[in-house]
Design a binder for this molecule. Structure first.
Ligand code: EPZ
Length: 422
């Protein structure tokens, strides 16, 4: 199994290109199931999660061809041959549930394995199911699968989400594009990935208004056509790499970065004393003098501070001046990185959904291991400035969401390498 070896040092200098967003692409790809015509996605990230979604779509009869080294995905839902999303694929990736809405809308039936729990929380899909029921779907849970049908097609309806869910909003949004009549999604997620999906669906001929606000209105159409769409930049990859110079000093320009994707995070970096400059090419981030100041963080749905950057922010706070309190409000078990950071000398007290981090002067390298993608990268960030060597094990988590992490960080001067063990 591969591991990543990081030797602490600093300062960093240079450019890091930001890829297309994993979580946008994972919602855009199933949109191909809504149409007989081709969908081309450009600026796709090259990640194992994207390959898993390709395999899932292919198992349903969609064509998926990766071109230009995987940066362009040519998809077609012309000849769907199955409406069953098998457990063996779904269990690898929770985002597989995103085929449910489009399949049901196009085929009138879908059988999708329930994803099950995961390392960061229970993560049920009840909101996805309730939204589809509000559009007239009949659902039955049997043998670990949700069996959904909508004889005569889905019908527009009002869906009021009790709390914000990115995935449930995406599933409902896609399903509603082909439902008869008008669907109103209330308390919808406002994440940039939702806006990106709505823009792509509109290019395919969908009638959608209000994406990026709490209320999205969709007027169903009889059929959708083809489209070419460029995937929005990955705000989480962006935030992660902005933290690299914040943690070990220097100046890094994140190419393609935009403040509007990550406003709440930029405010916190600013409060911590990190300079962020908007340039023509992206965002230039620098830590010039002295220690970073400790800041408090509460995760929240967009436009709040993203849960997907909480672990990485904790890595920065480990060596900040003072005490910082990080509250995780989206997932119930997303502090698995804290005990690993403590193995590197960090001082962290976790109580329920709150972590209190007392900054120390310097972390010390150690062998560490992580249970999810963002936790893994937070350990790499911590290792970048730690004294000595940090070995991050279970690196397959990283490959799900960060393309060429060692090349991107290596190019700005980090001492990082992948070690393969046989
Ligand atoms: C998306 O997950 C992202 N994944 C996650 O990215 C991200 O952490 C999360 O949104 C929050 O921003 C993708 O886009 C593929 P939710 P999603 O539904 O859609 C609860 C990463 O590292 N909930 O917004 O699954 C749920 O348990 C990751 O890239 C229900 O109770 O998240 C959670 O507590 C991991 N019932 C909260 O809502 C439901 O039916 C928000 O989850 C749905 C969700």
């Amino acid at each position: 199994m591969d591991s990543i070896l990081v030797t602490g040092g600093g300062p960093l200098k240079g450019d890091i290109p930001i890829a297309g967003a994993k979580n946008a692409c994972l919602a855009l790809m199933p949109a191909t199931l809504l149409s007989e015509e081709p969908l081309t996605l450009t600026n796709a990230p090259r990640l194992s999660d994207i390959r898993t979604m390709s395999v899932l779509l292919q198992s349903l009869g969609a064509e998926v061809t990766a071109m230009q080294d995987g940066q362009v995905l040519a998809l077609s839902g012309h000849d769907l041959k199955s409406h069953v999303a098998d457990y063996d694929i779904v269990r690898k990736m929770r985002a597989s549930i995103l085929v449910l809405g489009p399949l049901l809308a196009r085929e009138g039936q879908a059988v999708v394995s329930l994803p099950g729990g995961c390392a960061i929380g229970a993560r049920p899909v009840d909101l996805h199911l309730k939204a589809l029921e509000a559009m007239g779907a009949e659902l039955e849970l049997r043998d670990g699968y949700v069996h959904a049908s909508a004889r005569g097609g889905l019908k527009g309806g009002e869906v009021a989400f009790p709390f914000v869910s990115v995935g449930a909003t995406e599933n409902a949004l896609m399903a509603a594009t082909l439902a008869k009549g008008t669907t109103v999604l209330k308390n919808a997620a406002r994440e940039p990935e939702i806006v990106d999906l709505a823009q792509c669906l509109r290019r395919m001929g969908a009638h959608i208004e209000g994406e990026g606000t709490e209320t999205i209105t969709i007027e169903g159409v009889d059929r959708l056509g083809g489209a070419t769409h460029r995937v929005v930049p990955d705000r989480i990859e962006l935030g992660t790499y902005m933290l690299a110079p914040a943690i070990c000093g220097g100046e890094v320009e994140c190419l393609g970065g935009r403040v509007d994707l990550i406003g709440a995070f930029c405010e916190k970096l600013d409060e911590a004393g990190i300079s962020i400059e908007e340039t023509e090419r992206g965002l230039k981030v620098a830590r010039k003098n002295g220690r970073v100041k400790s800041v408090d963080v509460v995760t929240a749905p967009f436009p709040g501070f993203p849960t997907d950057l909480q672990a990485q922010m904790m890595a920065l706070m480990c060596t900040a001046d003072g005490v910082s309190v990080l509250e995780e409000r989206i997932f119930e078990n997303r502090f698995m990185h804290a005990p690993e950071l403590m193995r590197m000398g960090a001082q962290i007290d976790v109580h329920g959904g709150t972590a209190r981090v007392t900054g120390v002067e310097r972390l010390k390298g150690a062998p560490v291991m992580a249970t999810d993608l963002r936790a893994s990268v937070s350990l790499i960030l911590a290792g970048l400035s730690a004294e000595g060597e940090t070995r991050v094990n279970r690196v397959y988590h990283l490959d799900r969401g960060y393309e060429s992490v060692e090349e991107k960080l290596g190019a700005v001067g980090a001492r990082i390498e992948r070690v393969s063990e046989t």
